[in-house]
Design a protein. Structure first.
Ligand code: G6P
Length: 623
């Protein structure tokens, strides 16, 4: 939700910032802006409504020189997405420019107070309040900008990652964070940096930085950093007490964040699933010894042995994988599992106890609601387990232990490989607990391990056989509504299939447990209505066959996902896609793939921007 990038050093900042914004565009693309201090010492700000390409076009012929700058791509929260509300925002005197990711909750009262002191605002944003407040503190306390940023942030309620430029001090960049991520890239000592000089990058995540350096510092909550072109990187907390920065090495490569010959990131990520899942289970699923190795569980064995309840908190697609996780973990461990929307959980008064384990599932590891949910769990003394894809993100850092998905960066806004990564990680999580608590018969446990190891090859089979369903997708392009049905483990897949279609094609779709059809949605079925039924051979196959018959007799058009070689459902269906056989609990890992491809191809046929669907953002760091 909003992306920030910054640079200070000896190279021209503009191309670095524009490229960085492109890489962060998945976080928001309502408007974009850039601020630079040029060689004459002018503080320049350029902004445009729309995507980064619109910003780039609008700056053609403008002065974009300068070796220090900050930039922003916005997902609008306060104020409509127009040029005035785009970041960076100037302070009243135009001495400061600031970009912000997050939400300032008390911005109205702060703005009223600043207006009372004569400050004039040019936008509807909460962000402009921040930059005006910094300037106000500077004037009233007669202090430097670094001190003023501390003073201003002490008055702020909410979440922020900010970067500030000061026209009077073109050799330094100030940044801070609380609740929204911010990373500092420490430049390599290369030929672009003459002796004694150095360069720094800042980013909402590592993607704008990795091309230049793999050495980073993850800024912590309520830390303020001042970096300059002579290699100084001073970090303090809001009370100006000096903090020791910890230099980390990124585990990310440039080709992981590029399209690699695919038209879209989403398609690349769908096709990456076999290898991504192979990496996810590597070293964790041991078929020789029939063991699961998850250090996040083994290192806290007592906690998992005595757990009375597991509560999984998540949002969006992660909530769907959590639901599949619940079915499996309960079956494997006999521990009751609840699944909560993090956004609801955090504002309830849930009955929690220290014997509860709260699991946060989040691809980005930054979702504000999920982060707040685990903070609430910690206040109640619960053990918090984080399942995230992004190494070093806020959720894994706030958790007591956890597991990374290791499926590689996911850039497409619609989640695909992270979903299957989460499902398989939750399965490993269930197996690891079952192993400690000895809740499964050895023979079954061993079979579960062996079958799990076969999943990547079976995923490849699905992709090899259904990779091009663009012709099938064209048939459905003009439909206005879809229903997705599944039962048991495939009910959450129905939810996920419907969500994928909504997200990128803007076609209304509902996911339902198949048997619930008769309690309402069946009224919607007519010859116009496509009904996608996930009906693999195992699980409640006979039951779902009856549900299909009910739809058929109301003339619904059936597209089914079936097990290879199935005859019964195939004959009842208008269209059919096969997946290989696997055990019931692992079926979602295969059945979801045709649904991802179907929504992708329908969206393409409708001319949608699949990687950047309207109104959405990949990382939702606001509540
Ligand atoms: C956004 C994304 C979804 C994602 C959800 C939760 O809505 O567009 O794809 O499922 O956030 O994100 P998380 O990073 O916590 O999994």
């Amino acid at each position: 939700m909003c992306g920030i990038v910054g640079y200070i050093g000896t190279r021209q900042a503009y191309p670095i910032l524009i490229k960085g914004l492109h890489r962060l565009e998945y976080r928001g693309y309502d408007s974009a802006g850039i601020s630079l201090i040029n060689e004459s010492g002018d503080l320049l700000v350029y902004k445009a409504k729309g995507k980064v390409s619109a910003l780039k076009a609008s700056t053609e012929g403008c002065d974009t020189h300068g070796t220090i700058g900050i930039a922003h791509t916005r997902w609008a929260t306060h104020g409509e997405p127009n040029q005035a509300n785009a970041h960076p925002h100037y302070s009243q005197s135009h001495m400061l420019a600031l970009v912000h990711n997050g939400i300032i909750e008390n911005y109205k009262s702060l703005r009223a107070e600043l207006e009372h002191h004569g400050m004039i605002f040019c936008s509807d944003t909460d962000t402009e309040v921040l930059v005006q407040l910094v300037e106000y503190m500077q004037t009233t306390h007669q202090c430097d900008t670094y001190t003023a940023v501390h003073l201003a942030l002490k008055n702020v309620v909410g979440a922020y990652a900010i970067a500030v430029l000061d026209k009077r001090n073109p050799g330094q960049l100030i940044a801070a964070r609380k609740g929204s991520p911010l990373i500092i890239g420490v430049g390599k000592d290369n030929e672009t940096c003459p002796a004694g000089e150095s360069e720094f990058f800042i980013g909402s995540d590592a993607t704008p930085i990795i091309e230049f350096t793999d050495k980073v510092i993850y800024l912590k909550d309520e830390e303020v950093v001042m970096i300059n072109r002579h290699g100084k990187c001073a970090i303090t907390n809001l009370d100006s007490v000096s903090q020791t920065p910890q230099l980390c090495t990124l585990q990310l490569s440039l080709d992981q964040i590029e399209k690699g010959g695919f038209d879209h990131f989403m398609l690349k990520e769908i096709f990456e699933q076999p290898s991504a899942i192979r990496t996810c289970i590597r070293g964790r699923v041991n078929t020789q010894e029939h063991r699961v190795l998850l250090s996040g569980i083994q290192d806290h064995c007592a906690q998992f042995k005595s757990a009375k309840r597991i509560i999984i908190c998540a949002c969006g697609t992660s909530w769907h994988s959590a639901l599949i996780g619940k079915y499996f973990i309960e079956e494997a461990t006999q521990i009751p599992v609840e699944v909560e929307y993090a956004s609801e959980f955090r504002y309830r008064n849930p009955a929690l106890s220290p014997s509860d384990i709260v699991v946060a599932v989040s691809q980005s590891g930054e979702t504000a609601d999920t982060l707040a949910a685990i903070q609430l769990a910690k206040e109640h003394g619960c053990f918090v387990y984080g399942i995230s894809n992004v190494i070093g993100a806020s959720i894994p850092r706030a958790s007591d232990s956890g597991t990374y998905l290791h499926v590689g960066p996911e850039i497409g806004v619609a989640s695909t490989k992270a979903f299957t990564g989460q499902v398989i990680t939750l399965i490993m999580f269930g197996l690891a607990i079952a192993q400690e608590r000895k809740t499964l018969p050895t023979e079954l446990f061993n079979q579960l391990i062996d079958d799990l190891a076969l999943i990547p090859d079976k995923m490849q089979w699905v992709l090899d056989h259904t990779g091009d369903i663009s012709q099938l997708a064209k048939i459905f392009t003009y439909c206005h509504n879809f229903i997705y049905l599944g039962r048991g483990y495939n009910y959450p897949v129905a939810l996920e299939g419907a969500l994928k279609l909504k997200e990128i094609s803007y076609i209304h779709a509902e996911g339902y447990p198949a048997a619930e059809m008769k309690h309402g949605p069946i009224a919607l079925v007519d010859e116009e209505m496509p009904v996608v039924v996930i009906a693999p051979k195992r699980g409640m196959y006979d039951k779902i066959v009856s549900n299909i018959q009910e739809i058929k007799s109301r003339k619904g058009r059936i597209l089914s996902i079936v097990t290879e070689g199935d005859v019964t459902v195939k004959e009842m269906s208008d269209f059919c896609i096969e997946v290989p056989d696997t055990r019931d609990s692992y079926a979602p890992l295969l059945t979801v793939i045709p649904l991802q491809l179907l929504s992708y191809h329908i969206a393409i046929a409708k001319g949608r921007n699949v990687d950047q669907p309207r109104n959405l953002a990949k990382s939702v760091t606001v509540e």
